[in-house]
Design a binder for this molecule. Structure first.
Ligand code: GDP
Ligand code: GDP
Length: 455
């Protein structure tokens, strides 16, 4: 039993919750032809039409990173839907609604030369239900003489109509100032994440796979033991370990070092420990003993790590005990039993000799980088657009579900939501997940794809 040096540490310092930094989202809604695309282009400072006729999602919805007075935001344009004579009112409302759902504020564009139509009024009713801040743009006010037409839009009951000319740029600065007043600093999708302090690692695996040996090898003489309450032997106990040029926090190491002599309930206790370690960690290293057949218990622990939503690294330990024949079987077992985490970085190590122990840090870094990763909405939708164009969803019962728009709603781990016109087949969702990984990596992190279906 190694001697533990107990130091004081303030947990709260490390586990501070801070908002994730995601720029706020502005949805631009309005009837066709009121000038939404022109206005979006104007705000982006571009000349070319933003709504290109690309089949798939990009036709339905496009989002762009924008900036005003040094503040970043994401603009979601709802232009480009088909002019369906019968269902136009419904379709407009549907499109607008989806954009509004993901937005922090709404820029409602009306053609002031036409005035408020029945469709405009339907959109207003929907917007009110959503209870998001609304900025009203009275477009096509190309010169001063038309301003009374903008004033008529007070009648919509949305407050000040900002007279603008998307074509000439007239009034857009005032409009954007008003938009920035309504947008929050961060997207409401950000959520709170624990941050600060060294990154937290859980070493897990069934008894005797070498967790304690690996910790000793990594920590060497220089380990620092951290307890939540000074002078007690109460769990959990963490250790701060310098690896590479970083400090890492190995969580719940008391349970790793203390050998359990309980015959009864040992496994239950071990899995409880595994769970609490995972709860407190950001990345899990699951150790597996290379010299033994991969067991159900191994697979269960990998599954626990996966379910916890933490980043994941597989460490195949006791590599020094392998002979050629065992190695052949081992590779086959990994392929068969652990294929559900084939995206996890894998390191072959020997905790006993220290062989390859320097491979662990790069694997941890890769996994955490993926876990933290946030795909810009524009990039995600460009990807989805191409994917859907090349591989449309199969027709089911005469209907073909379409993906209208996707957004990453959170990170750690990355979670995506797809807005669709019908339920996507599980195979199709798996296909999207696979392509998402192929295209953007996400090595070492679970990813989740949810759906929001509009019938
Ligand atoms: P969207 O369907 O709402 O995206 O509308 P577009 O941006 O495609 O514009 C529809 C039409 O209105 C186009 O012919 C534009 O040139 C025209 N338009 C857009 N903004 C203005 C404007 O400020 N003044 C005038 N006169 N025409 C505009
Ligand atoms: P834990 O229960 O997962 O913490 O496993 P331990 O670290 O206590 O290791 C269990 C046994 O495996 C001990 O006898 C270790 O010396 C041995 N062991 C751990 N890692 C290795 C390794 O890489 N190679 C060999 N040959 N033995 C190892």
């Amino acid at each position: 039993e190694p001697e533990d040096e107990v130091l004081l540490a303030d947990w709260e310092d490390d586990l501070e919750l801070v908002p994730e930094k995601i720029p706020p989202v502005l949805a631009v809604v309005g009837r066709p032809n009121v000038g939404k695309s022109t206005l979006v282009n104007r705000i982006l400072g571009r000349r070319e039409a933003v709504v290109e006729d690309v089949p798939g999602v990009t036709r339905d919805r496009v989002s762009y990173p924008a900036e005003w007075n040094g503040r970043e935001f994401t603009m979601v344009d709802t232009g480009g839907w088909e002019q369906d004579a019968k269902g136009i009112h419904r379709r407009v409302a549907e499109q607008a609604e989806m954009a509004v759902d993901v937005a922090d504020a709404v820029l409602f564009v009306v053609d002031a030369t036409v005035g408020a139509t029945a469709t405009d009024e339907a959109v207003v009713r929907m917007l009110r239900r959503k209870k998001k801040p609304i900025i009203l743009a009275a477009n096509k006010i190309d010169d001063f003489h038309q301003e009374p037409e903008a004033a008529a839009l007070w009648g919509l009951g949305l407050g000040t109509p900002y007279p603008v000319s998307a074509i000439h740029g007239r009034g857009t600065a005032d409009l954007l100032d008003a938009v920035m007043e309504e947008l929050p600093e961060q997207s409401a999708y950000g959520g709170l994440v624990p941050t600060g302090g060294p990154r937290r690692v859980a070493l897990i695996g069934r008894p005797n796979v070498g967790k304690s040996s690996l910790l000793n090898k990594l920590a060497g003489e220089e380990r620092v033991v951290v307890d939540d309450i000074a002078g007690t032997t109460r769990d959990p106990v963490d250790e701060l370990v310098e690896l590479g040029d970083q400090t890492w926090r190995f969580v719940d190491t008391a349970g790793i070092r203390r050998r359990q002599h309980m015959a009864h309930g040992a496994e239950y206790y071990a899995s409880l420990r595994t769970q609490t370690a995972l709860d407190r960690a950001e990345v899990a290293v699951v150790l597996i003993a290379a010299d033994q057949v991969i067991s159900e218990q191994d697979v269960r622990i990998v599954q626990l790590a996966l379910d916890s939503g933490r980043a994941l690294v597989l460490a195949i330990n006791k590599w020094d005990l392998l002979d050629d024949e065992r190695r052949k079987f081992l590779e086959r077992e990994i392929e068969q039993d652990l294929s559900f985490v084939d995206w996890a970085p894998r390191v072959n190590i020997s905790a006993a000799t220290g062989w390859h122990k320097d491979k662990l840090v790069p694997a941890l870094e890769t996994a955490l980088e993926s876990w933290d990763k946030r795909l810009p909405t524009a990039k995600l939708n460009a990807f989805l657009g191409e994917l859907v164009a090349a591989h449309p969803h199969p027709v089911r019962g005469g209907k073909q579900p379409r993906i209208l728009f996707g957004t990453q709603v959170s990170a750690r781990p990355p979670k995506f939501v797809l807005f669709t016109t019908g339920f996507l087949d599980p195979q199709y969702r798996r296909f999207i997940t696979r392509r998402l990984r192929e295209t953007f990596g996400f090595k070492g992190t679970p990813i989740e794809i949810g759906m929001r279906v509009r019938e």
